[in-house]
Design a protein around this ligand. Structure first.
Ligand SMILES: Nc1ncnc2c1ncn2[C@@H]1O[C@H](COP(=O)(O)OP(=O)(O)OP(=O)(O)O)[C@@H](O)[C@H]1O
Ligand SMILES: [Mg+2]
Length: 317
């Protein structure tokens, strides 16, 4: 990228095209979503290509899938940033690259002032404490043979924190209490818990090291609707109490709206729109965002008709 930043291009709708980002396919970035925020994470032109190979012993590359294609966004310190899009659009791949569970094919991931996209395993050790992930499926993300105490204390052991048995148990029980689990269930196995409780275990494990950024990849989509709100409220509460920055991934726009300050809409590996949650709902600029919004179910039978009428009255984007 060149040294001097080019001027943003503003159209009369107040939609700003930042040329540095526009290079990397953001179609519409609103005015107040740019600017110099205090960013904990800055992602620029992130790419991931998966090689599709053939052959049992000698692998031949026959094809490549571009799962993420030039994704750029910022997460500000203390905010909840939403990444939303349909299944297969590249949300998890983006999240896994930011955690460095996957190596990016291209682009920059600036975390708290350091570009971590190219760091090797050893150099990544301190970063692993600062960025943690909550996974979509609370059933497969917990080892069924490990007790809850052992699951939650694994990150503490790896990083040499709370090493004595008594100290470790105390710390784990504090974490269990914090996420709404009964600390007396320390020695139980995952199958003894419900889906919602298992997700609480996953959250306790993720916050054990006091991360600065928590990435929640569809944390409630595997749960009953009645349990979803409890887990979302827990995440909001923890974010407030622990001062976390949260990257929240979902395919359901109603969930993201409830959780997020700003959000990006992803489609086929690219970000097609980035705005504050309010703006995005009031005036979606991209046709795909409009289609996503129209698919959100609402308990008010007249709401959809009202929304469509309001939208029809707007000038075309
Ligand atoms: N290891 C892999 N090898 C090859 N292709 C992959 C791999 N992982 C993901 N993909 C492909 O990359 C694309 C993006 O997948 P990804 O899991 O990031 O989507 P997603 O937005 O998280 O979807 P979902 O909402 O279903 O979780 C998909 O087409 C997927 O098939
Ligand atoms: Mg996913």
């Amino acid at each position: 990228m060149s040294g001097t930043a080019p001027d943003p291009v503003v159209d009369n709708e107040g939609v700003v095209g930042d040329p540095t980002i526009a290079d990397t396919t953001v179609a519409a970035v609103r005015r107040d979503t740019l600017g110099e925020g205090d960013n904990i994470l800055q992602v620029r032109g992130l790419e991931k290509e998966f090689a599709v190979t053939k052959g049992l012993f000698v692998k031949r590359k026959v094809h490549a899938v571009k799962a993420v294609n030039g994704v750029s966004f910022d997460v500000r310190r203390g905010e909840t940033f939403g990444l939303v899009g349909e299944s297969g659009c590249g949300k998890s791949t983006t999240a896994r690259m930011i955690c460095r569970l996957l190596d990016p094919t291209g682009g920059k991931i600036d975390f708290d002032g350091t570009d971590i996209a190219g760091l090797d395993r050893k150099a990544l050790v301190p970063f692993r404490r600062d960025v943690q992930m909550v996974f979509q499926d609370p059933y497969s993300s917990l080892n069924p043979r490990q007790t809850i105490g052992s699951i939650i204390s694994t990150p503490l052991d790896i990083h040499g924190i709370a090493t004595g048995e008594g100290e470790r148990k105390k710390k784990v029980q504090e974490l269990m209490d914090l996420v709404g689990l009964n600390p007396e269930h320390y020695n139980r196995l995952p199958h003894e818990f419900s889906g919602g409780q298992r997700q609480r275990i996953g959250i306790a494990r993720a916050i054990a090291l006091g991360p600065k950024l928590l990435i929640a990849d569809e944390p409630v989509s595997a749960l009953d609707v009645s349990i979803q709100a409890q887990i979302l409220n827990l995440l909001r509460q923890l974010q407030k109490d622990l001062g976390l920055s949260l990257l929240f991934i979902a395919h359901d726009l109603s969930v993201v709206r409830y959780m997020c300050d700003r959000m990006a809409v992803m489609y086929a590996g690219e970000i097609v729109e980035l705005a504050t949650s309010e703006e995005l709902y009031a005036k979606p600029a991209h046709p795909y965002t409009r289609a996503l919004l129209d698919a959100v179910p609402t308990p008010d039978p007249d709401a959809r008709a009202r929304r469509l009428a309001e939208r029809a009255a707007l000038p075309a984007a």
